[in-house]
Ligand binder design. Sequence first.
Ligand code: RP5
Length: 174
Amino acid sequence: MPAQPNPPAPTTAAPLVGVVMGSRSDWETMQHAVQKLEALGVPHEVRVVSAHRTPDVLFEYAATAQSRGLRAIIAGAGGAAHLPGMIASKTPVPVLGVPVQSRALNGMDSLLSIVQMPAGIPVATFAIGNAGAANAGLFAAAMLAAEYPDIGRALEAFRQRQTEDVMANDDPRQ
Ligand code: RP5
């Protein structure tokens, strides 16, 4: 296997990506987005913001997102998951929605309530659960890559390692 470069040190720069979730219980899923942002050296912040339990916090968070320098918001929620759409309605910052896998309906409720936005307020919607969260982190990095070459290089290196890992372990019996 090829030598792995050291991961970038945690950055103290102003956050470019906001990661929000409707409940602390969503962290198990949303940590996968944060892990990707950390691994790629993307400055970010993490908050619990609930559309229905803390609606005023949601409005404040969304209304100030652009002026605080956020370039993307990754919003994860489960069940009647109106958090991503409500944030998108209050900010021009692109919102990446992650459907959290609910117990009752396995995340189909989360997926449909995030993806089925009426025309006019888009939410880029990812897969249900951990894969969706990880891909939202990667996608946010890709959005920033052209303007922040370090992030672009980190993303390219991640993809290269991923390819090499598969090729170096291509016999499933071993
Ligand atoms: C949503 O309700 C959250 O996003 C979470 O996925 C779901 C359940 O929340 P808890 O009851 O676990 O706090 O708002």
